[in-house]
Design a protein around this ligand. Structure first.
Ligand code: BG6
Length: 482
């Protein structure tokens, strides 16, 4: 599909996300012809920028991302950008915005299509959505809303936000972003499971012992202490990214590969999500906070962090479903800041079989999402000399040339919005279940805080607290990624 006409309104047009991700993504979609002459982008934010200034910002953002580009293309692309200084609480500003959008619609023949992108402080999402409704900003063609994370801070606030959004958009028009769903190897989970008969027959509770999802980050909270201290690893990474990965790993096979059927399969799985009680959280979850080194701050000394904070910068635990192919199989997860290296990977551990060779290593299938896109399988075989067994890896991976062509997740997801494919976005019913789980864990931790139980301190740049091995139900199990 090419040349999809639309006026896109970005709330947060002067922000970091627009600069780093959205503008470069739109430029690439323009180079590919998805958007051509019939589009306009209105950037809005409080700052008093001019159209020309925004166009300069867009050009800089594109250069920073792609390096050298065709300058004529870039100038033509940037000329479609307009800026409106906007106070999201002022009704008058929505009136001006509406007028600008319809003028641009006429100028560029955008057929009444609108894409609204909420890419600013989440506390304003609801207000903006309500004013889009009461000031009738929607167009006469298609109307779509892209919402960044976080979508609420707990189930109750997410419900309020959802209601505000649904006052002007129906569920099919709402695209809740989770940028992990734009990553190459996350998008490869379903093909891996369902396009390989060998894997498909093994992917069930009879053959899989456990799955381990690791999202490790080398960086600390950096300049985001203010946000992070209110959030913590559970809300920042588990509620969205980890849960989306786990859902793809555990969902039943959809009846067709349409966005509709994929969401039906996900929801069927998530209805059977086991919500942990207080005792289960105390027993099966580990929360940690990074300690300092001679040259780095400990978490509670980071700028804008409460010195008595109990916010976790690391969490490990597990998720379990009552139904689906992996019913009852523990899916372990861990994520943290200031860990050894940036690494996002999934290890699928197959059950050991009784073997003529005695105790053999588990067969494991590893999906690496970051920093490299690859999948590998561990096989046991004989050593050349005979006698012992050895373990070898079989790879599915890209050449350097292919790897360089893997698009940024944002480009993929924004393209999906233009072509109206909601496969890789979060539906409300999924989000609701994720929040139920996270709320239960947070409530249990709150009780622990009141009882004076604090997160464990862990030494930076390793794999989190040593206690994280306590999450395993079978004491014989351990983290595959060590
Ligand atoms: C974001 C979190 O959603 O994901 C950040 O808010 C985190 O804290 C980031 O650093 C990680 O994303 P990626 O793509 O770098 O793994």
């Amino acid at each position: 599909m090419n040349n999809i006409p639309a006026v896109m309104i970005i709330f947060g047009g002067s922000g970091d996300l627009a600069h780093r991700k959205i503008y470069p993504a739109l430029f690439n979609l323009y180079r590919q012809g998805l958007i051509q002459d019939n589009f306009a982008v209105i950037g809005t934010a409080r700052r008093p920028w001019s159209h020309d200034y925004l166009r300069e910002v867009v050009s800089t953002a594109v250069h920073e991302f792609f390096g050298e580009v065709n300058e004529d293309d870039l100038a033509a692309f940037a000329s479609h950008f307009y800026y409106q200084s906007h106070d999201v609480t002022s009704v008058d500003h929505y009136k001006t915005l509406k007028k600008l959008a319809s003028d641009l619609d006429e100028k560029y023949a955008c057929q009444g299509n609108r894409i609204f992108y909420l890419a600013m402080a989440p506390s304003f999402f609801g207000t903006i959505a309500e004013h889009i409704a009461d000031q009738h900003l929607t167009g006469t063609g298609f109307n779509r809303l892209i919402v960044e994370k976080p979508f609420g801070t707990d189930l109750a606030s997410a419900q309020v936000l959802n209601k505000q959004i649904r006052s002007s958009f129906n569920e099919e028009q709402v695209f809740r972003i989770d940028h992990y769903l734009g990553k190459e190897m996350v998008q490869n989970i379903l093909p891996l499971r369902f396009a390989n008969p060998m894997i498909k027959v093994l992917w069930n509770k009879d053959n899989i012992k456990n799955i381990q999802v690791t999202l490790a980050e080398r960086l600390g909270v950096e300049a985001r202490g203010g946000y992070y201290d209110q959030s913590g690893a559970m809300r920042d990474m588990v509620q969205n990214h980890i849960f989306q990965i786990i859902t793809l790993l555990a969902m039943p096979e959809p009846s067709r590969l349409t966005d509709q059927e994929i969401h039906v399969a996900k929801e069927a799985l998530l209805d059977s999500l086991v919500i942990p009680d207080e005792a289960a959280v105390a027993r099966d979850f580990v929360r940690g906070q990074y300690a300092g080194t001679e040259t780095t701050f400990e978490y509670v000394k980071e700028p804008n962090v409460d010195p008595d904070s109990n916010t976790e910068t690391f969490v490990a635990g597990h998720v379990e479903f009552k139904h689906g192919p992996l019913a009852g199989v523990p899916i372990y997860f861990r994520t943290g800041k200031e860990m050894r290296e940036k690494k996002t990977r999934i290890d699928v551990v197959f059950k050991g079989q009784r073997s003529l060779y005695g105790q053999v290593a588990d067969n494991t299938l590893t999906i690496e999402v970051d920093p490299t896109d690859q999948i590998y399988f561990h096989l046991n075989g004989k050593t050349i000399q005979g006698g012992d067994l050895r373990k070898e890896k079989i790879y599915y991976r890209f050449s350097d040339e292919e790897q360089a062509k893997v698009p940024d997740g944002y480009e993929r997801l924004i393209r999906d919005v233009f072509v109206n494919d909601s496969t890789n976005f979060t539906r409300w019913n999924e989000l609701r279940q994720y929040w139920k789980f996270v709320d239960a864990v947070e409530a249990a931790w709150q009780k622990q805080n009141e009882a004076g139980v604090k997160p464990v301190k862990y030494p930076p740049y390793l794999l989190g607290p040593a206690e994280s091995k306590q999450v395993f139900q079978d004491p014989g199990d351990s983290w595959i990624y060590k």
